[in-house]
Design a protein around this ligand. Structure first.
Ligand code: FMN
Length: 195
C-alpha cells in the first residue's frame, strides 16, 4: 500500500484509510454503534455549539434502502455492502440565531473522531460526497434554510478487495498525499501550485 509516512507519527493516522470493500455479512453491535457516536459527541466545536447531527441506518433496518437511494450510482454499488450508512447534518445557526461560520468544520472534526473510534473497534469508515443533495433534504426532512447536509458515510468491517468489481479493485488501497512542504509553512500564506 502506498502510505509512506514522512515522519514518525502514530500509525493510527497512516492505517486509517477509506476502503470500499465491506463485509456484507457483518452486523455492527449496538454497543459499537453507541461508541462511534459517543466519540463524535466529545469533539471540539466553536463555542461548544456541537452543530452536528448524525443520521444512521443499519443494514436490514427500514431506513437503509432509503439512505442507499440517496447515493449516486457509483457509491451505491459498494456502499450497499457496509453495515451502517449515515449522513452528517450541520446546524448553520448558533443558539443566538446567528450564522455559525464553523459548523462544517466542526462536523468534520466530529466525523474524524467517529472514524478513529471505528478504527479502535477494528472497523473502517468511508465518507461520501457523491450523493443526491436535493433529494437528501427532501427525503430526510432536513430544513434547508437552517441546516446543511454535509455528506454521507459508511461504517463496516473491511473485506477482501476481490469482493469488488474489477474497476473498484484497482482503486482499493491506492493513495497518495501532497508533499509535506506543500501543506504547512512557517509565516505567511502562499497558494499551492495547481497541477
Ligand atoms: C467529505 C468526503 C467526501 C467523499 N466522497 C467520496 C465519494 O463520494 N465516493 C468515494 O468513493 N469516496 C469519497 N471520499 C473518500 C476520499 O476519496 C478519500 O478519503 C481520499 O481519497 C483519501 O483517501 P483515504 O481516506 O483512503 O486516506 C470522500 C471523503 C470525504 C472526507
Amino acid at each position: 500500500m502506498n502510505r509512506q509516512s514522512n515522519y514518525d507519527v502514530s500509525e493510527r493516522f497512516i492505517k486509517r484509510w477509506s476502503p470500499r470493500s465491506f463485509d456484507s455479512e457483518y452486523t455492527l453491535k449496538e454497543e459499537d454503534v453507541q461508541k462511534l457516536f459517543e466519540a463524535a459527541r466529545w469533539s471540539p466545536s466553536s463555542f461548544n455549539n456541537q452543530p452536528w447531527t448524525f443520521l444512521y441506518a443499519l443494514k436490514g433496518d427500514k431506513y437503509f434502502d432509503l439512505y442507499l437511494s440517496l447515493l449516486n450510482d457509483f457509491n451505491k454499488e459498494w456502499a450497499s455492502q457496509a453495515s451502517l450508512l449515515g449522513f452528517i447534518i450541520a446546524d448553520l445557526t448558533d443558539p443566538k440565531g446567528n450564522t455559525n461560520k464553523h459548523a462544517s468544520f466542526d462536523c468534520g472534526a466530529a466525523w474524524m473522531a467517529l472514524t478513529m473510534q471505528a478504527r479502535d473497534l477494528d472497523l473502517y469508515t468511508h465518507g461520501m460526497g457523491g450523493i443526491h443533495y436535493e433529494k437528501c433534504y427532501e427525503e430526510l426532512e432536513v430544513p434547508n434554510d437552517q441546516y446543511r447536509v454535509i455528506c454521507a458515510f459508511t461504517v463496516g468491517k473491511k473485506a477482501s478487495p476481490e469482493e469488488l468489481s474489477e474497476d473498484l479493485q484497482d482503486e482499493e488501497e491506492m493513495n497518495s498525499r501532497h508533499p509535506t512542504d506543500q501543506i504547512f509553512r512557517n509565516g505567511k500564506f502562499k497558494a499551492r501550485e495547481r497541477k
